[in-house]
Design a protein around this ligand. Structure first.
Ligand code: G
Ligand code: MN
Length: 368
């Protein structure tokens, strides 16, 4: 059965990866046997299964879900969302290849459903990375007053799964990486993918890449790797802005700050992302001392008609301006939002009104 001890080995090479990971519930057909911890969990799961093939073994207190390509991983995502933490921990799960039924001897192999979900999601993500299915799409960031001047391009993670037109949302990828404890690997991989287009965005355009604090804190993260990537792709570090997201996950502030200080010393630029959203707080402004602050799109939405948002955004802009920090308003969708931010002195804007994320960086943006 699957061997959790080998979880860390999945980055070590494609060949090794294929042999280590059998049987693979995503590639091998088989059944996932589930022993729900209580009756309510039965109902929840059967609801989530929603017409997909399932064998019920009432006598054994379990049922089996058929693993069809691409189906089981989606189902696991649903279960992870729908079931309580307790139910996930206490429900047992076991994957059996083919049509075989578990015997008493298999039982010690059964994992908690939670463990199985983490394992399967790590495997799914590993497969996307190894199969080079992760791509960067680029969204232009332009001068607020002259929207035809492209200042930067934010690289946004996208994944194609199954048929090529099936896109996987970044939030699903991020939550899988978090569950599987491989966020730093995902971030690092995305940085290299993002910079692959480095040359194409033009030498004067800044590339914005997202990074979680966890990655910056990770022992495996080192500056040399970023410097090497920048050199290989001929992008100067002062044209690479690291957007720090999800501030609540900072574990060791001293260490985090020392990493940020070293990045700045090498001329990388730091942005505080999603300012004004729940997980980006004012404390981080003085802890991070960023070069750039990005105002969250929830604040932007309808700002011209919302007194509360307007006051909050205005104070955030004033704070950044008096500290000499550049400002970007995210998620601009209409002319009124753009007008509001222009009148309140924002430096740059980003959003569907100006340009949507695109596989090729959009270099011609509208005059608004
Ligand atoms: O967390 P961050 O702000 O980096 O996320 C940006 C996400 O928001 C991207 O996935 C992008 O597709 C999406 N996005 C970008 N511009 C707009 C916009 O104008 N409106 C909306 N609704 N979403 C946007
Ligand atoms: Mn961002």
């Amino acid at each position: 059965m699957h061997n959790k001890g080998e979880k860390g080995a999945w980055m070590s090479g494609h060949d090794q990866y294929s042999s280590l990971w059998l049987p693979d519930p995503l590639r091998v057909s088989g059944r996932l046997f589930v022993w729900p911890n209580e009756e309510q969990t039965w109902f929840h799961i059967l609801n989530a299964v929603n017409g997909q093939p399932v064998d019920v073994f009432e006598k054994d207190g379990c049922f089996a879900l058929h693993s069809e390509a691409g189906y089981i991983i989606k189902l696991l995502d649903v279960l992870r969302r729908e079931l309580s933490h307790e139910a996930l921990q206490q429900t047992r799960a076991l994957f059996k290849e083919g049509k075989t039924h578990p015997t008493v001897a298999d039982f010690p192999e059964a994992d908690s459903l939670h463990g199985f979900i983490c394992f399967a999601r790590a495997q799914w993500l590993g497969e996307l990375i190894m199969g080079r299915k992760l791509r960067a799409h680029y969204q232009p960031i332009v001068d607020a007053h002259r929207t035809e001047l492209v200042y930067g391009q934010e690289a946004l993670m996208r994944a194609h799964h199954g048929s090529e037109d099936q896109l996987i949302s970044p939030s699903r990828l991020l939550s899988a990486a978090r569950d599987a404890g491989i966020m730093p690997s995902l971030d690092k991989h995305m940085h290299s993918v993002a910079l692959d287009h480095g040359g194409r965005v033009g030498p004067d355009t800044h590339i914005f890449i997202n990074v979680t604090p966890r990655t910056l804190e990770d022992r495996e993260f080192n500056l040399n790797y970023l410097l090497r990537l920048a050199r290989e792709h001929q992008v100067s570090p002062d044209h690479i802005t690291l957007e720090v997201i999800e501030s609540e996950t900072i574990q060791n502030l001293d260490h985090f700050q020392s990493v940020v200080a070293r990045l700045k010393k090498h001329q990388f630029r730091i942005a505080l992302d999603d300012m004004g959203a729940g997980f980006s707080n004012l404390n981080l402004l003085h802890q991070l001392r960023p070069n750039v602050v990005k105002l969250d799109m929830q604040l932007t939405r309808n700002i011209h008609n919302d007194e509360y948002k307007a006051v909050i955004a205005q104070k955030l802009l004033e704070t950044a301006q008096s500290l000499g920090i550049l400002t970007i308003a995210e998620g601009i969708e209409n002319e009124e939002e753009l007008k509001w931010f222009r009148e309140h002195g924002v430096d740059f804007v980003q959003g569907y009104l100006i340009g949507k994320p695109n596989p090729e960086p959009v270099t011609v943006t509208p005059v608004l």
